[in-house]
Design a protein around this ligand. Structure first.
Ligand SMILES: NC(=O)c1ccc[n+]([C@@H]2O[C@H](COP(=O)([O-])OP(=O)(O)OC[C@H]3O[C@@H](n4cnc5c(N)ncnc54)[C@H](O)[C@@H]3O)[C@@H](O)[C@H]2O)c1
Length: 253
C-alpha cells in the first residue's frame, strides 16, 4: 500500500490561515491526494489548485455544508469521481463561540453541535464503509483543549461540550473499526493562530491566555498539521482511540 494511491479528505480546509489548509498541505507533501470540503466553495477550490501545483498530487475542492447529509453526499460523489479512493478523513470543519452559558440560545447551541458533531458524523458515516471494505483507514477528529479542561481559552460551554462529544465519538469508533484496519484518533489543540476567533481574542485577553502557555507562544497551524499527518501514516496503525495534545503545555495531565 502507498498513500499516493489514496486520497485524504480534509473538511474545512478552505480558510486561508486555518488548520485544515495547513493539514491538506502537509498530507500532500507526504504523498496523499487531497479532497477539500468546505462551506466556502471558492476557498476549497483555491486550496485544491494550490496543492496540485505545489505538491504534484491530485486534488479536488468542493463546496459542502457538512451539517447537511445531502450536501455531504453530493460533494463526496464528486470526490469519488475525481480522485483515488479515500484512505483518510480529517474532521476539521468547526465553529466556536465564546457566549457564556447564561446567555446562550438553543439556536446557537444547536449550530455549534451541528457543525462540530453532526458534521463529523455525516462525513464519517458516509466514508467509513469504504475504509472498512478496503481494510485501511485513518480518521482524525479535531477536538480541543477546551473539551479537556472545561473551556478557559475562547470557546464557551457549547463549544467545550461539542468538542468533548467528538472525543467520545472517536474513542467508541476506534473500538468498532480497529479490526478493519481503521484507526481513529483525536487531536486537541490549544490556542492556534488562525481566524476562528474572528479577531475577538486580542489584547489583555490574549495575554492572559498566553501567560498560561509554558512554550510562550500561540500554536501554528503547521504544528497541528504535522501531528495529524503523523497519525495518518501507514506506520501509525497501532495508534488508535488516542487523544493527542498540541497546546504548548497549556494543559498537562
Ligand atoms: N484555532 C484554534 O485555536 C483551535 C483550537 C482547538 C481546536 N480547533 C479546531 O480546529 C478546527 C479548525 O479550526 P481553525 O482554527 O482552522 O478554524 P477556521 O475558522 O480557520 O477554519 C474552519 C473552516 O471550517 C469551515 N466550515 C465552517 N462551517 C462549515 C460547515 N458547516 N461545512 C463545511 N465547512 C465549514 C469554514 O469555512 C473554515 O474554512 C476546528 O474544528 C476548531 O474547532 C481550533
Amino acid at each position: 500500500m502507498s498513500v499516493s494511491d489514496k486520497t485524504a479528505v480534509v473538511t474545512g480546509a478552505g480558510s486561508k490561515r486555518g488548520i485544515g489548509r495547513a493539514t491538506a498541505h502537509a498530507l500532500a507533501a507526504a504523498g496523499w491526494n487531497i479532497a477539500v470540503l468546505d462551506l466556502d466553495e471558492a476557498g476549497a477550490k483555491d486550496v485544491a489548485t494550490e496543492i496540485a501545483e505545489q505538491h504534484g498530487v491530485q486534488a479536488v475542492g468542493v463546496g459542502c455544508d457538512v451539517t447537511d447529509a445531502a450536501s455531504v453526499e453530493a460533494a463526496l460523489a464528486v470526490v469519488e469521481g475525481a480522485v483515488p479512493p479515500v484512505g483518510a478523513v480529517v474532521n476539521n470543519a468547526g465553529i466556536t463561540s465564546p457566549t457564556p452559558f447564561l446567555e446562550v440560545t438553543s439556536e446557537e447551541w444547536e449550530r455549534i453541535f451541528a457543525v462540530n458533531v453532526r458534521g463529523s458524523y455525516n462525513v464519517t458515516r458516509r466514508l467509513a464503509p469504504g475504509l472498512v471494505e478496503r481494510g485501511f483507514g485513518r480518521i482524525v477528529f479535531l477536538s480541543s483543549v477546551s473539551a479537556e479542561r472545561g473551556g478557559g481559552v475562547f470557546g464557551g460551554v457549547a463549544y467545550s461540550a461539542a468538542k468533548a462529544g467528538q472525543l467520545g465519538f472517536a474513542r467508541a469508533l476506534a473500538r468498532e473499526l480497529g479490526p478493519n484496519g481503521v484507526t481513529v484518533n483525536s487531536v486537541a489543540p490549544g490556542l492556534i493562530d488562525t481566524d476562528i476567533t474572528a479577531g475577538k481574542l486580542v489584547g489583555e485577553k490574549e495575554k492572559q491566555v498566553l501567560a498560561g502557555v509554558p512554550v510562550g507562544r500561540k500554536g501554528r497551524a503547521a504544528d497541528v498539521a504535522d501531528l495529524i499527518t503523523y497519525l495518518c501514516r501507514e506506520e501509525s496503525g497501532y495508534i488508535t482511540g488516542a487523544t493527542y495534545d498540541v497546546n504548548g503545555g497549556a494543559h498537562i495531565h
